[in-house]
Design a protein around this ligand. Structure first.
Ligand SMILES: [Zn+2]
Ligand SMILES: [Zn+2]
Length: 674
């Protein structure tokens, strides 16, 4: 079907939820981005026009408090976070068409536009409410600007919305002994005018939308339970000072961050359109030839299934045709938690997992665990290693390698001119339909199960056919086996391409072509193959230390920088460390590791020590020889990537670069550091 989108089948606008600009990305963000990116790549592979937009969610009290603490303007804070978000997503090959910010003129425009739409529809009401006000600071206090005693369990020092000790939620006016967090004074109650969306007036509309097929059954059930009672009104205003957009006609009142956050999807599309000479209506107008697909976590379903459709409908914008909802990410079976070391930043994963294909493997792992349900997904080091090595290395990698090497050796890189086994072609065509259905439902787990079956099947066929024997007895039969295997490898590559694009690139290089969806069908009869590359290097459990729930350690197991953040220790803990000055005698790279060096260090003992240090990205090995360093001399020795390390080097970490610590002038090896 040809249409205005250059002959593409269909146009789809796809989004991930906007990460909050108050901190760095963690692996939960990466999970969602991978799920979205795989979907987008699949649709592109099918020949659809898929546009992937996202943005930083930048407004609200938390950003304001954080900026205040750091003594910078909020704009400066969010600019730095934006750069880090973009960089970290890129590390996982997330292919946004536009990554923007909600603190933008486009977002201001669309927030005001939708507010006017809600007003024109008679959905907005203004009311006076009673709220805490600090007379000392001259401001109304949002929930997070008040602390007091939990009304439920009596724990002191709790915020105005939720108790961290017992988890109960309440209104700020329920707190006992409330105090302003800025000045510590007791606030007074004062009346303030606020804006409310009368959601209940849209109840029938929401009943219809929720039943429209945009939601998976289990999510629809949630939403319908919310709709079984009258809907509460929704307050969309906040008092100044607030980092956000002022409400037109209401000086000193700002849109609540949750109003303008999802509008960021539209603003980001708007920016994309500006840059490509298109109009935002061609994506978002009700009659646009496009569908809208959101990916979100289960914690924000209410916003996306109830508030958001009402906002869109008020300006006759297109409603999402699919909202895919995923569960939370757990690590080593635990909720992500800083104290347990299971809260893993995207950057720390990239910097610490010492394998050049680490990011691609995580994409694969997340896909293998994503079935389209809202169940939580666990990230576990052993399972990670087993899945990667079993499927990518031993199954697909092996099938690819033995076939390509055989064709290289006995057919001089030529695709044998023979007919393939017809039952295979049928089987693959049939599997292709099932895989397409699974991709459409974001059931990537099934996709990979089918791929793994094809790989098993191919390996068994190769093994049972014994082409190395056929070569001597029946060259035609050998040619048939190889052309069948080559076609099967090409099919597998097409099916894997949305999930592991970099690995598939190597197969594309072999066939000398960029693979499209139709290439999964057997059609390869002749041609010359390119160079064979090994698809993957297996991953070792030692490389996945960061997934095992140890406290956070950006420098790698072999190289803990001094002065870990958070908590205090007493002097005995410091005295327990035997820190000594050493001189590096030799340094060399460790095979298969980009980040590790094997050093021998003289620490004033009869023989030198072997120490593994994660500084290879910052130091060429020869530059360390002769350098004076600080060594933890009484560290229990351990194996790192199979190499024994008898101690540890101290180094500082700054934006991913390591700087080795040493004395400020020549000091004898073995001198104690205190
Ligand atoms: Zn409590
Ligand atoms: Zn105050």
């Amino acid at each position: 079907m040809t249409n205005k989108n250059g002959g593409a089948r269909a146009t789809v606008l796809v989004t991930s939820a906007l990460p909050y600009a108050n901190g760095d990305l963690h692996l939960g963000h990466v999970l969602e981005a991978v799920q979205t990116d795989v979907f987008v790549r699949y649709r592109k592979l099918r020949g659809d026009r898929a546009v992937y937009v996202c943005a930083d969610d930048t407004h609200g009290t938390a950003i304001q408090i954080n900026a205040m603490k750091q003594g910078v303007e909020p704009q400066k804070l969010i600019a730095g976070v934006w750069e880090r978000h973009v960089r970290d997503y890129a590390g996982f090959n997330i292919g946004f068409d536009k990554y923007y910010s909600t603190d933008s003129s486009e977002n201001r425009f669309f927030a005001q536009f939708i507010y006017k739409g809600l007003k024109d529809k008679g959905l907005i009401e203004e009311k006076e409410i009673s709220q805490y006000y600090c007379e000392h600071d001259g401001r109304f206090l949002p929930d997070r600007f008040i602390k007091g005693i939990c009304p439920n369990c009596g724990t002191p020092d709790q915020y105005g919305d939720v108790c961290e000790a017992c988890g109960s939620t309440y209104d700020p006016t329920d707190l006992k002994s409330p105090a302003c967090i800025t000045c510590g004074k007791t606030p007074v109650l004062k009346s303030s005018r606020h804006v409310f969306v009368q959601l209940e007036k849209s109840h029938d509309f929401l009943d219809q939308y929720v039943a429209s097929g945009a939601l998976a059954d289990e999510v629809r059930n949630f939403a319908q339970s919310w709709l079984s009672v009258p809907l509460r009104e929704w307050c969309i205003s906040r008092d100044a000072p607030y980092f956000g957009f002022e409400i037109p006609g209401m000086p000193g009142k700002f849109f609540y961050v949750w109003l303008d956050a999802p509008i960021g999807y539209i603003a980001s599309t708007g920016k994309f359109c500006d840059e490509h000479g298109e109009k935002v209506e061609s994506f978002w107008a009700q009659d646009a030839d496009c569908s809208i697909v959101h990916f979100i976590g289960k914690d924000i379903v209410y916003f996306h299934t109830l508030f958001w459709p009402v906002m869109l409908d008020s300006v006759r914008f297109k409603l999402p045709s699919k909202i895919f909802v995923h569960g939370f990410l757990t690590v080593a079976g635990e909720k992500m938690s800083k104290s347990r070391g299971t809260f893993i930043l995207a950057r720390d994963f990239l910097d610490t997992v010492n394998h050049p294909q680490a990011a691609e493997f995580l994409r694969f792992y997340f896909a293998a665990k994503s079935s389209g349900s809202v169940n939580d997904i666990d990230l576990n080091a052993e399972e990670f290693r087993n899945r990667v090595n079993t499927v990518l290395s031993n199954n697909i990698g092996n099938f690819h390698h033995r076939t390509a090497v055989f064709v290289e050796r006995y057919f001089n890189l030529e695709v044998p001119g023979a007919d393939w086994e017809p039952s295979f072609a049928e089987r693959v065509a049939d599997t292709g339909k099932k895989i397409a259905e699974a991709y459409e439902k974001t059931d990537y787990k099934s996709v990979l199960e089918h791929v793994q079956e094809l790989g098993d099947f191919g390996n068994k066929y190769y093994q049972d056919s014994k082409p190395w024997e056929l070569l001597k007895t029946d060259a035609k039969a050998a040619a048939k086996v190889m052309v069948t295997c080559l076609n099967l490898i090409r099919s597998i590559a097409v099916f894997l391409k949305p999930i592991t694009p970099d690995i598939v690139k190597k197969i594309e290089n072999l066939f000398g072509t960029e693979l499209a969806w139709k290439d999964h069908e057997f059609s390869l009869r002749n041609g010359t193959l390119g160079k064979t590359e090994k698809l993957v290097q297996p991953v070792e459990i030692e490389q996945l230390e960061i997934l095992r729930g140890q406290p956070k350690d950006p420098g790698g197991a072999a190289n803990r920088a001094a002065g870990a953040a958070g908590g205090t220790v007493d002097i005995s803990a410091v005295k327990a460390l035997d820190l000594r000055v050493g001189v590096v005698k030799s340094a060399e790279k460790i095979e298969k590791s980009q980040k590790l060096l094997r050093l021998t260090v003289d620490v004033g003992e009869p023989s030198t020590r072997q120490i593994v240090a994660g500084v290879a990205l910052s130091y060429p090995p020869e530059s360390l020889v002769g350098k004076q360093v600080v060594v933890v001399a009484n560290l229990k020795s351990a194996k790192v990537m199979g190499v024994e390390s008898q101690g540890m080097l101290l180094a500082a970490l700054d934006k991913g670069a390591m700087s080795v610590l040493g004395p400020d002038g020549p000091v004898a090896p073995g001198s104690k550091v205190s």
